[in-house]
Ligand binder design. Sequence first.
Ligand code: AFP
Length: 329
Amino acid sequence: MQTLAQNLSSQGIEAPLSQLIHTLADTSKAISHAVRHGALAGVLGATEQENVQGETQKKLDVITNDMLKDALKADSTVRGLASEEEDYIVEVGQSGDFLVCFDPLDGSSNIDINSLVGTIFSVLPAPSGELSEKSFLQAGRNQVAAGYVLYGPSTMLALTTGKGVQLFTLNPDTNEYLLTCEAMSISKDTSEFAINMSNQRFWEAPMQTYISDLLLGKIGPREKSFNMRWIAAMVGDVHRVLSRGGLFTYPTDNKNPEKPYKLRLMYEANPMSFLVEQAGGKASTGYEAIMDIAPTDIHQRVAVILGSANEVDACLEYHRVDYSEEPNL
Ligand code: AFP
């Protein structure tokens, strides 16, 4: 089995990007170690702080954010970073080639129940000139690499540099990532979907109708039965989609009209969309491809519909219908 270093070199990845990927991978090994020690290391539970999104930070959110920040600050290829857990961008060096956006511990509400969590990262080219928040506001299409690390029964790294998606598994005996899937591929069709059903009454009409039709199974317009899964950590749900197909969505809702979307564009939606497209799937807001969005804010949120290409297309069809005449939706 190829090591991460051997795989990057066989893909012809240039030295600066390879160095950065190693920094991210090495830090994820340390995060995996911290996550696995859980209560033994006193890292479970919440802090008294809130992040910029108004969410209470878990101790591991803060610890893992600091681990990644420190490692990236020490990497000469990094010009700046933006994190879901940081209010502002952080300038790192004057000459690095890359900007890194990351969610240090996605699904952190799963920490205290010993369930799936992960790290998500996105690498953008650093524009020349002075660094500001504007430097980060690049469409997902500009990403030069993206990936996630899933801290599950085994620790796995899914990575794309625009040449497909490679999956590595951390060998706990040698602490080395080994290539366990050369090219992840999402089946075009699926009969599995993932959505937080408890929000059903808050969705827009297209999503209400689409999910109702899935739930009708064989007697509905889709004429087949669908299964549902929800891990409450995007990293776990997207890993399942990459592994065996499926549709994952966190749609627009009107639960809180000031916050119609949940997932963050720069730290979650863009990197996952890059992986999904590279594995043959699709990623959309319902109205446009996620990676085509011109960001206006580093912490902005978007609606996400991603996964098996034909199923995403089926869902998008519902978004083209005019529901204004239907009073109940
Ligand atoms: P946390 O990192 O705050 O736990 O949020 C995880 C997440 O952003 C995403 O990973 C999940 O898909 C989604 O939120 C889960 O949301 P629900 O709480 O509505 O299930």
